[in-house]
Design a protein around this ligand. Structure first.
Ligand SMILES: *Cc1c(COP(=O)(O)O)cnc(C)c1O
Length: 305
């Protein structure tokens, strides 16, 4: 039994009507720890566990860290998550709920990550949030589920942070023979590291992240994410923070599911009829995110008004 669940695939009536074509939602927000991350992270943790790992280490205060904490608890392997001082109380509380040891270190993710690396001893496995073939293979299972349900979409819409989800979905499309199904890869304006890499022809380090979509805040995408854009039709799209936040509000109203702005970014593309025009059926990966609260989303909406 894998650690992730088989998620529902539903046709959204409200979003289909407004987009003028069938819109299908793969509800990864319903994974037990709140995001798709459990697919890849769960797979990586199972492989390391089978190879004898006795301790998992993560440096993500977000959904990747939560997935490691969940996987460790389920496998009976202790987990340490090193997070920077900027991590919210809510995120730390969620990690502790999963029995992870939370170490707060440094003012940035870089510093927390260095500390996490320094903790690694023999028998420890470091679980990267996006740059690992084990993660991509695990994420790819969501496309196997769509294929098994008998739906072949004409385009897949997803969000991009470090590009692990993109790599996994492209792997899933290719292993199901769907080489002709394009991916619409969405980032917010202030976290557009894939967009910058595609424009430059090589991965680029963004000077800073300026977006409420913190789960998209990788300054540089994985090399494999850029490689995917060469091996598969991938189109980059940008949305504003406000678009992403409004899409979160809308999903909550339409489907009673709360997601982070990182996921709202992908949903926001549904408001662009000119972008969707070539595609009869659209599949959106509702990647989820456990760190959002309704209050926080409303506060951000007021601030971007
Ligand atoms: C991690 C994450 C992303 C981005 O995934 P990458 O693999 O880093 O591209 C998007 N949305 C949510 C909710 C996430 O947790």
């Amino acid at each position: 039994m894998p650690l992730h669940i088989h998620t529902p695939l539903i046709e959204s009536r409200p979003l289909s009507l407004s987009a003028g074509r069938p819109v299908w939602l793969k509800l990864e927000a319903l994974q037990p720890c709140g995001s798709f991350k459990l697919r890849g992270v769960g797979h990586a943790c199972e492989v390391h566990h089978a190879q004898g790992a006795r301790h998992f280490v993560s440096s993500s205060g977000g959904n990747a860290g939560l997935a490691v904490a969940y996987a460790g608890r389920k496998l009976g392997v202790p987990v340490t998550v090193v997070v920077p001082e900027t991590t919210t109380e809510r995120a730390k509380e969620l990690l502790r709920l999963e029995d992870a040891t939370v170490v707060v270190h440094g003012s940035s993710w870089q510093e927390a990550n260095e500390r996490a690396q320094s903790l690694l001893g023999p028998g420890d496995a470091f679980i990267h949030p996006f740059d690992d073939p084990l993660l991509w293979a695990g994420h790819a299972s969501m496309i196997d589920e769509v294929a098994a349900a008998g739906l072949k979409p004409d385009a897949v819409v997803l969000s991009v942070g470090g590009g692990g989800l993109l790599c996994g979905v492209v792997e899933g499309l290719q292993r199901n023979g769907w080489h002709d199904v394009p991916v619409l890869a969405v980032e917010t304006d202030g976290a557009a590291s894939l967009h910058a890499a595609m424009a430059a022809g090589h991965t680029v380090e963004l000077p800073r992240i300026a977006s409420v979509a913190t789960s998209l805040g990788a300054k540089r995408v994985a090399e494999q994410a850029l490689e995917c854009t060469r091996q598969h039709p991938v189109h980059s799209h940008l949305v504003s923070d406000r678009d992403a936040l409004e899409a979160c509000e809308r999903l909550l109203l339409d489907h009673r599911v709360l997601v982070e702005p990182a996921c709202g970014a992908a949903l926001a593309l549904l408001q662009r009829p000119e972008v969707l025009a070539p595609y009869a059926n659209v599949l959106v990966i509702v990647c989820g995110g456990a760190t959002a609260t309704v209050e926080q989303i409303r506060t951000w909406l007021e601030q971007t008004a």
